[in-house]
Write a protein that binds this ligand. Structure first.
Ligand code: NAD
Ligand code: UDP
Length: 336
């Protein structure tokens, strides 16, 4: 019997790619998603890639009664928790909604796990918890801070998980701090599908390349970086998905632990380098204009990846060209 994993937010961007990799690794996947920011058709796409249909429950992680029923119905080995809200600007405008979904929702989920005695939990955290980095690359023991409600929700959940582990040391918990996930599955069948105007660089660039938008605004060219534009550690979403499988394997094979790991490549690229790489993938120049800095942005951010390599035996191996090629293939399917 293969092991069953509950994936909250499994029809979303990172969750869907992780479901594909979980199935490829022999796990059975049960997805719980409210479809607030994703489409049911993603289930068909996952099935056509993997040849296996995931079980799907449409529901909200804040629904304690539903969770109780789900944990009664299935025997899960672990929970991978992607469900949540992720737009920084929206979190400033609607902080209560963000605390409710990301913090209260996670507490409800953890309570249901506790009752069902399922104690392996993989959490989607973010490099945003490092605030404005004091050192590069950023190691996991770098001080944490947050400048917006979204970042605070990630910090608060990280803290809740530390408190939980301190009180009950039989939990296996991984707090995975993602850097900048981009790209799509190489089939072009699943990818990132932002609603409305994309907030993030790469989906915006993709929409300019496909003609849906006129030009990218480059937020600042006066940072202390080689070309003056912001530098980030972009990681292919398939590498990230494999990082989750590695973390799950680690947790299931080892003694209970509270693990905190960066998932990044360890290399930074500037906004202009990413635009140039995308132009190569799409075969068209991507128009841009230099715009003022975006409030709250930092100059540079990239991961110290040594812990992921030594603990999880995982490292990202896809380069920015592959990220852009795959994002472009996905974009082509979207805009047709
Ligand atoms: P996404 O919006 O594509 O996926 C999240 C999924 O969760 C969606 O399918 C949505 O419908 C679902 N969802 C939201 N609230 C829910 C609720 N209350 N109950 C049930 N389902 C709910 O986002 P993503 O990019 O795949 O991000 C996944 C996780 O990774 C999030 O927790 C996010 O904060 C974190 N993260 C993302 C990034 C990034 O750049 N994409 C970076 C760092 C961390
Ligand atoms: N960025 C940009 N134009 C955009 C969106 C983003 O110049 O339309 C820059 C942003 O200032 C940062 C980088 O691209 O330097 C990555 O931003 P994104 O929002 O994708 O991720 P973040 O690192 O902020 O989470």
């Amino acid at each position: 019997m293969s092991q069953k994993i509950l994936v909250t937010g499994g029809t979303g961007f990172i969750g869907s790619h992780t479901c594909v990799e979980l199935q490829a690794a022999g796990y059975q996947v049960v997805i719980l998603d409210s479809l607030y920011n994703s489409q049911k058709s993603v289930l068909d796409a996952i099935a056509s890639i993997s040849g296996q249909r995931s079980e799907f429950i449409q529901g909200d992680i804040r629904d304690a009664a539903l969770l109780q029923q789900v944990f009664k119905q299935y025997q899960f080995q672990a929970v991978m928790h992607f469900a949540g809200l992720k737009a920084v600007g929206e979190s400033v405008a609607q902080p209560l909604n963000y605390y409710d979904n990301n913090v209260a929702g996670t507490v409800t989920l953890l309570q249901a796990m506790q009752v069902a005695d399922v104690r392996t939990f993989i959490f989607s955290s973010s490099a945003t918890v490092y605030g404005d980095p004091q050192t590069l690359p950023i190691p996991e023991d770098h001080p944490c801070s947050a400048t917006n409600p979204y970042g605070h929700t990630k910090l608060v959940v990280e803290e809740i998980l530390a408190n939980l582990y301190a009180s009950e040391t039989n939990w296996r918990i991984a707090r995975l701090r993602y850097f900048n996930p981009v790209g799509a599955h190489p089939s072009g069948l699943i990818g990132e599908a932002p609603q409305g105007t994309p907030n993030n660089l790469m989906p915006y660039v993709a929409q300019v390349a496909s003609g849906q938008r006129q030009q990218v605004s480059v937020f600042g060219n006066d940072y202390d970086t080689p070309d003056g534009t912001g530098v980030r550690d972009y990681i292919h979403v398939m590498d990230l998905a494999q990082g989750h499988v590695a973390a799950l394997r680690y947790c299931l094979a080892n003694e209970p632990e509270l693990l905190t790991v960066n998932l990044g490549t360890g290399r930074g690229y500037s906004v202009l380098e990413m635009i140039e790489a995308f132009s190569r993938s799409s075969g068209k120049p991507v128009a841009y204009q230099i715009a003022p800095r975006r409030p709250g942005d930092i100059a540079s951010c990239w991961a110290d990846t040594r812990l992921a390599e030594t603990k999880l035996n995982w490292r990202a191996d896809k380069d920015i060209q592959e990220m852009c090629d795959d994002a472009w293939r996905w974009e082509g399917r979207q805009s047709n």
